[in-house]
Design a protein around this ligand. Structure first.
Ligand SMILES: C[S@@+](CC[C@H](N)C(=O)[O-])C[C@H]1O[C@@H](n2cnc3c(N)ncnc32)[C@H](O)[C@@H]1O
Ligand code: SF4
Length: 417
């Protein structure tokens, strides 16, 4: 698996140099001039832990959560003090964990952020289905939240049981969503679970859109090596058929594909913290992507609070990109949105895409992975499947390795990918 990602990396970065992460880091971050900057806040608490989940999370306690939020607000001010005036940012996303467990303090966090940043495209929060009730939704709305994403996983009893989750009360969710509205209501599903059929997924999609969602995300199940999930992934051919069938079904219904795994019912309905040119992440395990570097904070809640208490950032690993590495990173995440606009690339890197990767885009077009329309590259169905397939390698060779290490060590001495 890593052979495929290594060879691709060498080809596209035109170098045998791996991605090198070290434990030295900058206390001053160069985000003042970044265009299209997004913000992310990680809240790592959950009521109970799901064994398939790779994210940085621990079991909730009020005391630990309050101490963490105090540190988080301090971290926001530490970063905010590095810029002279309030900076415009695209969006703010809260992820987890289960951010709603800190719902009473979300407003305080947003206010701290708004002291330093102007959010122009809305605020999103990830929710567990148990969180979807009127008082909680109202608290979030009053705090300024405009988008929510609910981790349904499946409406089918059988598949919830496979994942060790309990059934979702869809009528309670529907009623709560009717009482408190949001610009985007997304629902998350997992596909390629053992025995899952197109009929199962079709029913999930229809149920979501009929009960208050205007956006859905259907993620392929990933069996991370460091989780204890007994669930195994589906064979490639079966998975491809499912992804193609889901895509055909959603496009046939007129839904808009706004990324490989997401579909929406309206033009301005979006929920994605991933497709940003640059982003700043706050909290444990949060990542930050800037023009010349990518960094990841410690996964240890305790060590995170300890560092911030001392007035230090909690950065654990940093990679300083070569230009080609940054271009590959940019293209990988831009392609996730299923289209690449050469004009955006040129604006970001001040060099034409054709000059840097003209040959690769030509090959991708000849192989039927892309089509060009008014100068913009759009992924075909075939291209989307292969992107998805490659993303699986990327997740298992890079993310799995990095997160696996970070779960074991708060501040590793470094790593190479
Ligand atoms: C942080 S959770 C969402 C909010 C909430 N904690 C919950 O579980 O409902 C983010 C999403 O990641 C997806 N996810 C988690 N583990 C996964 C895995 N092993 N493979 C694929 N998707 C996964 C799920 O769809 C989940 O809803
Ligand atoms: S899937 Fe959600 S609720 Fe389950 S452990 Fe992960 S973050 Fe927590």
């Amino acid at each position: 698996m890593s052979t495929i990602t290594n060879l691709t990396r060498m080809w596209l970065t035109r170098s045998i140099k791996p991605f090198i992460f070290t434990n030295e880091f900058d206390e001053q971050l160069s985000f003042a001039e970044c265009r299209n900057l997004g913000l992310y806040v990680h809240i790592p608490f959950c009521s109970s832990i799901c064994n398939f989940c790779p994210y940085c999370k621990i079991v909730y306690s009020k005391e630990a959560c309050d101490r963490y939020i105090d540190a988080l607000i301090k971290e926001v001010h530490m970063a905010g003090r590095q810029i002279k005036s309030r900076k415009a940012v695209t969006s703010l996303y809260f992820g987890g964990g289960t951010p709603a467990l800190a719902a009473g303090r979300i407003k305080e966090i947003i206010e701290a952020i708004q002291k330093h940043f102007m959010i122009t495209e809305g605020i999103g929060v990830e929710l567990h289905p148990d969180n979807v009730n009127v008082p909680l939704l109202q608290t979030l709305k009053d705090a300024g939240v405009t988008k929510i994403s609910i981790g349904i996983q499946s409406f089918g009893e059988k598949h919830q049981a496979v994942l060790g989750r309990k059934n979702v009360d869809i009528s309670a969710i529907k009623n709560a969503l009717k009482a408190v509205s949001f610009e985007t209501v997304s629902m998350d599903f997992i596909f390629a679970l053992p025995g899952q059929t197109f009929e199962d997924l079709k029913s999930d999609i229809d149920t979501a859109f009929a009960n208050g969602a205007n956006h859905i995300a259907i993620y392929p199940f990933i069996d991370f090596t460091f989780t204890e999930s007994p669930v195994r992934t589906m064979a490639k051919r079966e998975k491809r058929k499912l992804l193609d069938d889901i895509t055909d079904y959603c496009l046939g219904k007129g839904y808009i594909r706004d990324s490989i795994w997401t579909f929406s019912k309206g033009e301005n309905v979006r929920y994605s913290s991933m497709t940003r040119d640059n982003f700043l992440g706050f909290g444990c395990s949060a990542t930050t992507l800037l023009q010349e570097q990518f960094k990841i904070n410690t996964f240890s809640v305790e060590e995170y609070c300890g560092r911030i208490d001392k007035g230090l950032l909690s950065t654990s690993l940093t990679i300083r990109f070569t230009l080609r590495q940054r271009m590959v990173y940019y293209l990988f995440w831009t392609a996730y949105s299923t289209k690449v606009d050469p004009a955006d690339f040129e604006e970001f890197f001040k060099v034409p895409l054709k000059k840097m990767y003209g040959f690769e885009f030509w090959i991708a077009k000849c192989l039927g992975f892309l089509r060009e329309e008014k100068g913009v590259y759009h992924m075909t169905l075939k291209g989307a499947f292969y992107y998805h397939y490659y993303e699986n390698f990327y997740t298992l060779s890079y993310i799995d390795k990095m997160w696996g290490l970070m779960q074991k060590e708060a501040f590793p001495s470094g790593m190479e990918l």
